[in-house]
Design a protein around this ligand. Structure first.
Ligand SMILES: Cc1ncc(COP(=O)(O)O)c(C=O)c1O
Length: 376
C-alpha cells in the first residue's frame, strides 16, 4: 500500500512501508481567523480556527484522521467489517459507516443510549438506514464489553476489526500526530500566527493525545513553533475517562509506537513532558456527556457567526464555551479553536420509524433542528 502524503511521513520517512495508512480526507484543512465572530466579547482576541469540520465532504470532523490509520490497520489484518462502538449519536461510528465502503470495508455498529439531541438523532437515523451495515443496540453502556466480545466470537468468519469507542488506541492517535505537524507547517508558512493555546473537546482522549504528542514533536524539530502551544482539552466526558494522566499515557504509548515503527529515537517523549503541555478544563461538562449547557449554546451562536461553522451541543459547543471563558478572563495570546464536528451534509434518509423498539422510543423523544437550521 503506497502511503498518501501526510506530514507524519515527511517527519519520519522510515514509516513509509511500515505504517499502513489509507486516504479518506482532504488535507490540509483550512485555518481561518475567528476574531470577527468574537469582536463583541473579546475585541482584542487573536483567535483562529482549524476547520477539521471540513475534512471530508463525505463526512468530516476529527474522526476522519483517526480512521485513516485504523482502517489501514483493519485492511492489513484482513478484516472485512470494521465495528465501531459508541453512543447512539456517535460521530466516530457515523464517519466509519460512511467512509468504510470507500476502502472496500463493511461497517458494523454497537451502540448504547445517550441523552437526546438533534445531532445525535440525525446520526442515529443515518446509521440505522444504512443497507450494508449491521447495527446492534444495547440497553446501556455497561453491556458494551460483553457485546464487543460477542461480535469478535460470533462474526469471526468476517474477521471483524472491533474499534474501542473513539478509536482511542496509540495507532488511532497517530492520525492527530500528523494533524499537529500539519498545523505546524501552516504556521511555518505564515497562514496563522503560532498559537499559544489550542482548545478542543476531549471525549475518548484519542484526538487530544495525538495532538499533544504531535505538537511536541513539531516543536522539537522547530517546525512552526519552538515551544508547543498548551492544549486545553475541554471535558465532554467525565473523569476518570478524561483524566489528564490517561491522556498523557495514551500520548506516551503513541510515541513508543512511533519509535518502534520508525526506529527514530526523536519520536520518544516521556509522560511528564507530555503532561506539562496539557490542561484539562472540566468547567463545561454540565450534567455530563451529551447534556447541552447554556454556555455551550451561547458559544454555538457566537461561533456560528463565521460562515459555515455549525457546532454541536455534545462536543464542539462545549469546547468553544471553554475558549470563550478563557477569552472573557483576559486571554490575549494567539489561541486556536480546533473545530471537530463535521459540517458536511448527511445523506438524506426517510423519516420512517426504525424497526428496533429501542431506537424508535429514543428517536420519538429527540429534538429536531429548528427552522433556522440550528441544532439543539
Ligand atoms: C465532534 C467531536 N469532537 C470531539 C470529540 C472528542 O474526540 P476524542 O474522542 O478523540 O477525545 C469527538 C469524539 O467523538 C467528536 O465526535
Amino acid at each position: 500500500m503506497h502511503p498518501p502524503e501526510r506530514p507524519i511521513f515527511e517527519a519520519f520517512p522510515a514509516l513509509r512501508g511500515r505504517l499502513p495508512w489509507v486516504a479518506l480526507g482532504e488535507w490540509p484543512t483550512p485555518v481561518q481567523p475567528l476574531a470577527p465572530a468574537l469582536r463583541a466579547i473579546a475585541p482584542h482576541a487573536e483567535a483562529w480556527v482549524k476547520r477539521d469540520d471540513l475534512s471530508s465532504p463525505v463526512y468530516g470532523g476529527n474522526k476522519v484522521r483517526t480512521l485513516e490509520v485504523l482502517f489501514a490497520e483493519a485492511l492489513e489484518a484482513g478484516a472485512r467489517r470494521v465495528w465501531s462502538t459508541g453512543a447512539f449519536g456517535t460521530n466516530h461510528g457515523t464517519a466509519a459507516l460512511l467512509h468504510a465502503p470507500r476502502v472496500g470495508l463493511r461497517a458494523g455498529l454497537v451502540l448504547f443510549p445517550q441523552p437526546r439531541s438533534a445531532c445525535a438523532a440525525e446520526n442515529l437515523r443515518v446509521m440505522l438506514a444504512a443497507e450494508d451495515a449491521e447495527v446492534q443496540l444495547l440497553p446501556h453502556w455497561s453491556a458494551l464489553p460483553g457485546a464487543m466480545g460477542w461480535v469478535r466470537l460470533r462474526r469471526r468468519a468476517e474477521r471483524p476489526f472491533v474499534m474501542v469507542p473513539g478509536g482511542a488506541t496509540p495507532r488511532g492517535a497517530l492520525g492527530y500526530v500528523s494533524a499537529a505537524l500539519e498545523l505546524a507547517l501552516q504556521v511555518a508558512e505564515g497562514a496563522l500566527p503560532a498559537p499559544r493555546k489550542l482548545f478542543l473537546g476531549v471525549g475518548s482522549t484519542c484526538t487530544t493525545a495525538g495532538l499533544l504528542l504531535g505538537l511536541r514533536l513539531a516543536a522539537r524539530r522547530g517546525i512552526g513553533f519552538l515551544a508547543p502551544p498548551e492544549v486545553v482539552a475541554v471535558r465532554v466526558t467525565p473523569w476518570p475517562v478524561t483524566a489528564a494522566w490517561r491522556i498523557a499515557a495514551l500520548a506516551r504509548r503513541a510515541s513508543e509506537l512511533l519509535h518502534r515503527l520508525s526506529g527514530d529515537p526523536r519520536a520518544l517523549v516521556d509522560e511528564a513532558t507530555l503532561r506539562a503541555g496539557l490542561r484539562v478544563d472540566g468547567g463545561e461538562l454540565g450534567r455530563g456527556y451529551g447534556h447541552p449547557t447554556r454556555r455551550g449554546r451561547e458559544a454555538i451562536r457566537r461561533f456560528g457567526a463565521l460562515e459555515g461553522l455549525t457546532l454541536d451541543t455534545t462536543y464542539s459547543g462545549k469546547a468553544a464555551a471553554g475558549m470563550l471563558r478563557a477569552l472573557r478572563a483576559g486571554l490575549r495570546e494567539p489561541a486556536l479553536f480546533w473545530s471537530t464536528k463535521s459540517t458536511a451534509p448527511l445523506p438524506a434518509v426517510g423519516d420512517a420509524p426504525p424497526p428496533q423498539a429501542l431506537a424508535r422510543a429514543w428517536l420519538a423523544g429527540a429534538p429536531r433542528r429548528d427552522a433556522a437550521g440550528a441544532r439543539s
